[in-house]
Write a protein that binds this ligand. Structure first.
Ligand code: TEU
Length: 569
């Protein structure tokens, strides 16, 4: 791809804000738009190009806003439309763009569309959702009467019985998140209209929640099919019926046509796609097909999982290289990668993939950052990642708030699991690890709120906070700033070809990036062992250092969690 022809987002870095936990301006303990407006200097100082805002629409907050009850307003918890307009203006004045979260696989069960649909079998909106009678031969409510055996992402069956009509409705996530029926053209038109309304307001694009789940594999008479049984469960895996379903490309191409085609401006669309394959991602992100600009894939997030996300296994370095390498190669000539370690659904990367011991926390956070930001694709920084925020030291069940964690706990207990192991898995994998308030300073609530934070502040904030790192050139924050600047400055970082090196090393991750005669060699030691660099990569010791994460390098040695970006030619 020629440098001049490349899209603006190939050089961009996106920053994700989870508003509830970012910064609270009114003292109610919940972050809000006023808080974001007050912290824009932090984003400008970091140098990011795009702000992606997790949902701030009116919502009962069953899934912290991923259950929307009004697509065209702001929840008073977070502020007002006037403040959103102010945010758009303030970002644009600083040369930054705003991505809204688009959650249209499902609505809240409190959305007027669903209330209408639920009110009667004859409702004009009934078919906007998925309603089905009990399985033949079963009475409504009887165990096994669910229309299919699919297990929900948030534990239990995907079907909830509506007592009044005796029919079930589908929810791939929580029962308070009913799935919209995208087979119905009225649903699609209503979503397109809503998206145009946001673009008219000035937003620059969308991050599209579980967008590869819109199309369900439904037969000509509305048949949905059971999935293969899950081990040790009465439920099955329905994913073959809803991941990248038969009409998904048609729906996304139509959305692009209806919403973006012919519109002036520079937009960005990112499809969040659990379970997407490289082959599918090539189709989704092929510019010639005009569907989405890039996708979030989950392969690297599944490498440390056994039978479920709660069954945690050690990550094997070879698996990580094989996975990242496959995605880099698979989207080298067509399409584009999103790059991330952290987001609001994952435990903190420095605790999960790095080493959050006092000795290695800073070094492993900067090492992981270097590895990711030097890949080809658009990097995403999740709030707090830029200061090395770590998992929370949860002690008891009462400390968790997340619906996924709480549903899992209920389900595991009723299945007779050992309470201590369930708690241990929650502590390691719960999404709440990512959702503790951003640590702005060392004051009692970390400068996040003057009230009581909705989720406790991590006690380590006295040491790990933005204020402590802002002026420190050796901090994690300063390193992120340098990595972001490097992508802006060097076309080879944005667009260079990727080649994986040392695929079999269990501790050293190395690769090259090349463009127009320039080659960077990136070497990252993901371990506590010192390695002889000269033996691993003989050309490395003599190469020019572009960026490193440790001071006073001995060119021949790669120290624990050391990362170096070197120029070979
Ligand atoms: O997440 C989709 C998804 O499948 C996973 O990331 C999931 O949340 C789960 O935690 C994996 O164990 C998106 C949103 O990012 C998430 O916050 C929402 O809860 C979910 O969709 C439903 O809207």
């Amino acid at each position: 791809m020629a440098v001049e022809e490349a899209s603006w987002w190939t050089r961009a870095v996106v920053y994700q804000v989870y508003p509830r936990s970012f910064s609270d301006s009114d003292g109610d303990g919940i972050g809000d738009l006023g808080g974001i407006l007050q912290r824009l200097d932090h984003l400008a100082d970091l140098g990011v190009d795009v702000l992606w805002l997790s949902p701030i629409y009116p919502s009962p907050q069953a899934d912290n806003g991923y259950d929307i009850s009004d697509y065209r307003d702001i929840d008073p918890l977070f502020g007002s439309l006037a403040q959103l307009d102010e945010l758009i203006e303030a970002l644009h004045a600083r040369g930054m763009k705003l991505l809204m979260d688009l959650v249209v696989n499902h609505t809240s069960d409190a959305h007027p569309w669903f209330l209408d649909a639920r009110s009667s079998k004859d409702s004009a909106k009934r078919d906007w959702y998925w309603w089905r009678p009990p399985r033949p031969g079963f009475a409504a409510g009887e165990p096994g009467a669910e229309p299919t055996n699919w297990q929900s992402f948030f534990s239990g069956p995907v079907w909830e019985l509506d007592e009044a009509s005796g029919e079930y409705y589908l929810h791939l996530f929580d029962r308070r998140q009913p799935d919209l029926n995208w087979e119905n053209p009225q649903v699609r038109a209503a979503v397109h209209e809503m998206m145009r309304w946001w673009l008219d307001r000035g937003v620059d694009g969308f991050r599209m929640d579980v967008i590869n789940m819109l199309s369900k594999d439904v037969g000509p008479h509305g048949e949905l099919h059971d999935g293969p049984p899950l081990p040790g469960s009465a439920l099955g895996d329905g994913s073959a019926s809803y991941l990248c379903g038969p009409r998904i490309h048609e729906f996304l191409a139509e959305m692009h046509r209806e919403v973006f085609a012919g519109r002036d401006g520079t937009f960005l669309t990112v499809g969040e796609m659990p379970g997407v394959t490289v082959e599918q991602a090539r189709l989704f992100t092929d510019p010639a097909r005009a569907e989405v600009d890039m996708v979030f894939q989950f392969e690297h997030m599944d490498l440390d999982r056994g039978t479920s996300k709660w069954d945690v296994r050690p990550l094997r370095m070879r698996d990580l290289k094989a996975s990242f390498g496959r995605w880099q190669t698979g989207l080298a000539d067509v399409g584009w990668n999103s790059l991330y370690w952290d987001n609001h659904d994952q435990p903190r990367a420095v605790s999960r993939f790095g080493d959050d011991s006092p000795e290695f926390r800073r070094d492993s956070a900067t090492c992981l950052a270097t590895l990711l930001h030097l890949h080809r694709g658009t990097p995403y920084v999740y709030q707090g990642e830029e200061i090395g925020m770590a998992n929370f030291p949860f002690r008891s069940l009462e400390e968790f708030r997340d619906v996924e964690s709480l549903n899992h706990h209920v389900q595991a207990m009723s299945a007779g699991a050992d309470p201590a192991s369930v708690l241990a898995a929650l502590r390691t994998m719960s999404r709440d690890n990512a959702r503790t308030p951003v640590q702005w300073d060392a004051s009692p609530h970390a400068g996040f709120t003057t009230g009581t934070p909705w989720l406790p502040v991590n006690p380590d904030h006295t040491e790990w906070n933005v204020a402590a790192q802002r002026e420190d050139g050796a901090s994690v924050l300063a390193h992120y700033r340098r990595l972001i600047a490097l992508r802006h400055d060097l076309p080879v970082v944005a667009l260079g070809d990727f080649t994986m090196l040392l695929p079999d090393s269990d501790e050293v991750y190395a690769f090259t990036r090349s463009l127009d005669g320039e080659t960077l060699l990136v070497v990252c030691n993901l371990s506590r062992t010192t390695h002889r660099l000269a033996e691993l990569l003989p050309e490395a010791p003599a190469a020019e250092l572009v960026l490193g994460n440790l001071a006073d390098d001995d060119p021949a040695e790669l120290r624990p969690w050391e990362a170096r970006v070197l120029r070979l030619a």
